[in-house]
Write a protein that binds this ligand. Structure first.
Ligand SMILES: NC(=O)c1ccc[n+]([C@@H]2O[C@H](COP(=O)([O-])OP(=O)(O)OC[C@H]3O[C@@H](n4cnc5c(N)ncnc54)[C@H](O)[C@@H]3O)[C@@H](O)[C@H]2O)c1
Ligand SMILES: [Fe+2]
Length: 389
């Protein structure tokens, strides 16, 4: 991957640190916004995070309207509902505070504040014609990296599929990473979202489009997750671990942003859509089997991942060292309490073809280091259904 021609661009300004939420008014003013839509969801409201953001805005006399009707795996309908509220209140920008679902929906609302037509016109890559209204993204999970990515993932309930909007015009302008906002995240969601970030960094690291900058960023992300995810899950109030996970997740977002991901994420869309498995969890289930399948296509890179995890690879053959990366991921998953299989969510063999048909539509298949056949995909689903790997 060293001799490839590539370009790299990441437009979001990142401000990180404990208490950085208090600088939200500066961000809003710097972006020249008069009135913002504060997008969040019921979980963020219940955790008291919406009130903290609202208070900061109120104290600074910044007009805002709250929109909290975002569901996990947000729908096109909720983006349209948010858009109506933003327009009727004269919002000229968005503050999105929440997990990936909220950030993705907030970004899409902002995109539609400035682009003509309907949101369906922008499904796919690089369809938007102008920059969305400015977004300040404040992640409260450390998983998706949506605070820096071009992507919004939405559920199109009419056609029963998950769709992507991908455009630099969809990137937030400023991301605030405040570890205080993730301490209320329950351990199982911390675990699953952290595995999503790890899947982003590993899939961008080994994928066919990767380049030297993506590799450097992904390596740091993998190392941070290897060192901090257990602590973030098992000591939820450990602010250092929480902060390192937020940075790791943002780095992973920067890494995969334009090079895309791999086979685990290709499966994540249909499995999430058809069986309602949370996005992080589906990646946690698929990552080790997919890594084991991909190993022979790129032993070197998997051996380096094993090293980043601190696995005992000295003296091992390249093949055995590479295999240690799978062992490391399996151990991490077990230590953070993720033991579910696809069978636990109702997957049975008679649904395999449906899942594979939708997975094959994903742009993540073409960049996976090893090209899968339908039989390979059936085998991977069987392993993940039984929890064999
Ligand atoms: N845009 C991207 O680049 C990208 C990348 C990967 C995934 N995604 C998408 O992101 C979505 C998943 O996002 P997610 O994994 O962050 O989960 P999520 O946003 O759906 O949140 C999961 C749950 O955690 C709650 N929550 C969030 N923060 C909390 C906190 N600090 N305290 C207490 N509860 C809290 C939420 O209310 C929700 O109930 C999916 O739709 C997925 O497809 C987007
Ligand atoms: Fe993901």
């Amino acid at each position: 991957m060293t001799s490839k021609t590539f370009e790299f661009y990441t437009p979001t300004e990142i401000r990180c640190g404990q208490g950085v939420l208090s600088t939200l008014p500066n961000a809003v003013r710097e972006l020249g916004l008069q009135s913002v839509l504060l997008v969040c969801d019921p979980g963020v409201v219940k955790a008291g995070i919406k009130d903290r953001a609202a208070q900061v805005l109120m104290q600074a006399n910044i007009p805002f309207t709250v929109f909290s009707d975002i569901e996990s795996d947000p729908t096109v309908d909720s983006v349209n509902a948010g858009l109506v509220i933003a327009r009727s209140n004269g919002s000229d920008g968005v503050v999105a505070i929440g997990g990936g679902s909220v950030l993705d929906a907030g970004k899409a609302i902002a995109l539609m504040l400035t682009n003509p037509g309907s949101i369906q016109d922008y499904f796919g890559v690089d369809k938007a014609v102008r920059a969305g209204a400015p977004v300040v993204a404040i992640p409260t999970t450390a998983g998706t990296g949506s605070e820096v990515t071009v992507w919004s993932v939405l559920s199109d309930t009419k056609n029963d599929v998950k769709v992507n909007i991908g455009s630099y015009f969809n990137c937030p302008r400023i991301a605030l990473l405040d570890p205080e906002l993730t301490v209320t995240l329950p351990a199982p969601i911390t675990a699953a979202t952290g595995m999503d970030a790890l899947t982003h960094s590993i899939e961008s690291y080994v994928n066919k489009n990767s380049n030297l900058i993506v590799e450097a960023v992904a390596e740091k992300s993998i190392a941070l997750i290897a060192d901090n995810l257990r602590k973030a899950v098992l000591q939820g109030d450990n602010l250092d671990a929480r902060c390192n996970m937020l940075v790791a997740s943002t780095l992973a977002g920067i890494a995969f942003n334009r090079v895309r991901l791999g086979l685990a994420h290709a499966f994540a869309l249909p499995l999430g859509n058809l069986f309602h498995i949370p996005h992080g969890l589906v990646n946690a289930i698929m990552l080790a089997p997919v890594m084991q399948f991909n190993l022979p296509a790129n032993f070197h890179y998997y051996a380096r991942i094993a090293k980043l995890f601190g696995q005992p690879v000295d003296g091992l053959s390249l093949r055995d060292a590479a295999h240690q990366s799978v062992v490391a991921v399996q151990q991490l998953k077990k230590d953070i309490g993720l033991t579910q299989t696809l069978a636990d969510f109702g997957l049975t063999e008679d649904r395999f073809d449906e899942v594979i048909d939708e997975a094959l539509l994903s742009g993540n298949i073409a960049v996976n280091p090893r090209s899968p056949t339908r039989d390979d995909m059936r085998h991977l689903l069987t392993q993940a259904m039984r929890g064999d790997v």
